[in-house]
Design a protein around this ligand. Sequence first.
Ligand code: IMP
Ligand code: MG
Length: 178
Amino acid sequence: MKNDIERILIDEAVIQKRLDTLASKIEDEFPAGPIVVIILLKGALVFASDLLRRIPRELSIECLNVASYHGGLESSGKVDFLDRHFPEVKGKHILLLDDILDTGRTLRAVADRLTEEGAAAVHTGVLLAKDKKRAEEVEADYIGFEINDEFVVGYGLDYKGKYRNLPYVGVLKLSAAN
Ligand code: IMP
Ligand code: MG
C-alpha cells in the first residue's frame, strides 16, 4: 500500500494536533445543548472517530451513505442518497462531517436535505478542502487543512475502496491509479 504513495502530504502527528484545535473550536462555538453529528460514509469515518472523542459534550451519531464519486478520480456531478431511512433531524443542531470538500456537490446536497428535513442549524466540518473553484456555493465551517487540487488518499479517503486505513494523507502515484 505504502509503495503506491507518491508523497505524504499531512502526517499523522500534524493531523492529530489539528484535531485538538478543531474540537475546541466546535466546543466553543456550538450553542449549548446536544449535537447530532452526521458522518458521511465511508470517507469521514476515520476523521470523525478521532474528532468526536475530543468533544466533551452530549452528542449522538448518525451515518449517511451518499455517492458522488462512483470509484473514479473525478466527481460524477450527481449525488445519490443510498439509505432507505433518513435520520430524524427536526429542530436539531447538526454537525455534518465529510472527508473532503472538492466540487462542493456532496456537502451542498446533504446540507440542503438536512434543512429540508427541518434541522435547526447545519454546521459543516471537513478534514480537507481543495483550493479550487467549487461547482456549488458552499464552504465548510470547520476545515482541517486546505490542500492543492490533487487526488489524495489515506485517513479515510480512498481510491477504489483502498488506502482508507493509512494514518496520514498522501498523494497517490499516477501508476497506482488505474
Ligand atoms: P464533492 O462532492 O465533489 O465535494 O466531493 C466530495 C467527495 O468526493 C468526497 O466525499 C470524497 O469521497 C470524494 N473525493 C473528492 N476528492 C477526493 C480525493 O482527492 N481523494 C479521495 N476522494 C475524493
Ligand atoms: Mg467519500
